[in-house]
Design a binder for this molecule. Structure first.
Ligand code: NAD
Length: 489
């Protein structure tokens, strides 16, 4: 696997690495703005061939029923990723701008290890359940329920945690018996394309079972949602795009699984260690420059101690200067593109326009003239109606909001179109649990607990998504259910 120099990645269609009909497009290092190399630029005809290959592999081979083959292939994929993990790490840091320390966690090694869960689940799964005999309508019947793969899955992914999201989709989708067309984000084509190179060389994955289509054109992804040969779309990205995917999928009533945006709240109750909680909140909001859908970006603190909370958050954030993602100590690297940086700056400007102030940060760092960097920023002086409190910024930006007691804190947390995640800090675990129970979100961290794990379901309420990724629930998203009734004597 040649890693970075002059890399020119290809598409994977029907078991072969091929060029894109649209030529190539550049992939950029967000920390330096240098062109790293190029990726194959797929057009509509490439997507058409990929869908056709996936359809054929599903309809005409034993992939969906040969569990032993599928488990072997997923384990082979895991092994080859482990074998190349150091090269993949350098590629990920360069292409994603991911801080090196995160590559030993959710940016790379975590999701590679999580492939075991998909393979183990397929191996031990109860594919058929015997419901025994009954006589509905007076007819003696033997009943069973079998679980089967959904069919051809279109997997559409974003750029912020490309390995985590690509693998959390293709691992369970393949293990469950589906065939897949993966369409990664245009900002991070190599993290997906490299899977194709490794699969062709090192696994028994049959042609057409996994196809990888990189493209500079978002419209090529939309073809997956519209195509009648695709049975399901598994999408992670923004809520706006999720709506488009759902609307496009409606024409063929395909199954749509959506992991979308968030504007999660970190509630500090009045008995909590305020400084410790606010510092943790600031640290989390700065990680990977805030480019995580489940990051808690609203810090909701007791009104009486508002200034103290702002100061504690700012003290931590001011110490987390944006840095070179290659350095082992960097927490906050660059954001992915000039477009994202400018979008974040627009949100920061809106905060001051609405009467807010920066307790630290507030824009681009003065000491970096290359790279798409934004200073970790604490915004104070606004309430939950401010634009920065309502909309997903996807940058290292924390808005501090005052609450008037537990009920009010929960009300503020829920006063959002999103419902992805949340955090509660309290010295009283029962009290924290009471608040957590009323939060309309898919995951809650209490006093620093970690919900991210291969066997735990992840997903959102409200406009943060539909369905769950990871865990048994995530595996079963990729299954249909068939009830079979046989007349018995
Ligand atoms: P995005 O929605 O712009 O793009 C995501 C993917 O969708 C890309 O591959 C893109 O090419 C494709 N796409 C764009 N328009 C499309 C269309 N009309 N039809 C089909 N595909 C289309 O998101 P992004 O900017 O790449 O990623 C950031 C967003 O992703 C944030 O909103 C973040 O919250 C969200 N996200 C959510 C989760 C989660 O699990 N809930 C995880 C990570 C990121």
């Amino acid at each position: 696997m040649a890693v970075l120099a002059n890399r020119e990645s290809q598409l994977l269609i029907d078991g072969k690495l091929v060029a894109g009909s649209g030529g190539n497009f550049q992939t950029i290092n967000p920390a330096t703005e240098e062109v790293l190399g190029v990726a194959a630029d797929a057009g509509a005809e490439d997507m058409d061939r990929a869908i056709e290959a996936a359809r054929r592999a599903f309809d005409e081979t034993d992939w969906s029923t040969n569990t032993e083959l599928r488990v072997r292939c997923v384990r082979q994929l895991q092994q080859v990723l482990r074998d190349h993990v150091d090269e993949l790490r350098e590629l990920t840091i360069a292409e994603v701008g991911a801080p090196r320390m995160l590559t030993s966690m959710a940016q790379l090694e975590g999701p590679v290890e999580d492939l075991s869960f998909a393979a183990d689940t397929a191996e031990s799964y109860q594919w058929a359940t015997d419901f025994g005999f009954a006589s509905p309508m007076g007819i003696k019947t033997h009943r069973k329920v079998v679980r089967e793969a959904v069919g051809v899955v279109g997997a559409i992914t974003p750029w912020n945690f490309p390995h985590q999201i690509n693998l959390a989709k293709i691992g369970p989708a393949l293990a469950a018996g589906n065939t897949v067309v993966l369409k990664p984000a245009p900002d991070t084509p190599w993290c997906a394309a490299v899977l194709g190179e490794l699969i062709v060389e090192h696994t028994d994955l049959p042609p057409g079972v996994l196809n990888i289509i990189t493209s500079s054109d978002h419209g090529v992804g939309a073809l997956l949602s519209k195509d009648p040969r695709v049975d399901m779309v598994s999408f992670t990205g923004s809520t706006a795009t999720g709506r488009a995917v759902m609307a496009d999928g409606a024409a063929t009533l395909k199954k749509v699984f959506l992991e979308l945006g968030g504007k999660s709240a970190f509630l500090v109750l009045d008995d909590a260690d305020l400084a410790g909680a606010c510092s943790m909140s600031a640290f989390t909001a700065s990680m990977h420059a805030g480019q995580g859908c489940a990051i808690t970006t609203r810090l909701v603190v007791p009104r009486a101690r508002y200034d103290e909370a702002v100061e504690a958050a700012a003290a931590t954030m001011a110490g987390l200067k944006p840095g070179d993602p290659n350095d082992a100590g960097t927490i906050c690297g660059p954001v992915i593109s000039a477009r994202q940086r400018d979008r974040i700056q627009g949100y920061l400007d809106s905060a001051t326009d609405e009467g807010g102030r920066f307790a630290c940060g507030g824009g681009r760092p003065a000491d970096r003239d290359a790279g798409f960097f934004i200073e970790p920023t604490v915004i104070a002086g606004l309430d939950n109606n401010a634009k920065v409190a309502r909309e997903e910024i996807f940058g290292p930006v924390l808005t501090v909001i005052a609450h008037d007691g537990d009920d009010d804190a929960v009300r503020i947390a829920n006063d959002s179109p999103y419902g992805l995640s949340g955090t509660v800090f309290s010295a009283d675990e029962e009290r924290a649990n009471r608040a957590a129970a009323r939060m309309r979100v898919g995951t809650v961290n209490i006093n620093g607990g970690v919900w991210y794990s291969a066997d735990m379901p992840f997903g959102g309420y409200k406009q943060s998504g539909l369905g769950r990724e990871m865990g048994l629930a995530g595996f079963e998203e990729y299954l249909e259910m068939k009830a079979i009734a046989t007349a018995a004597d």
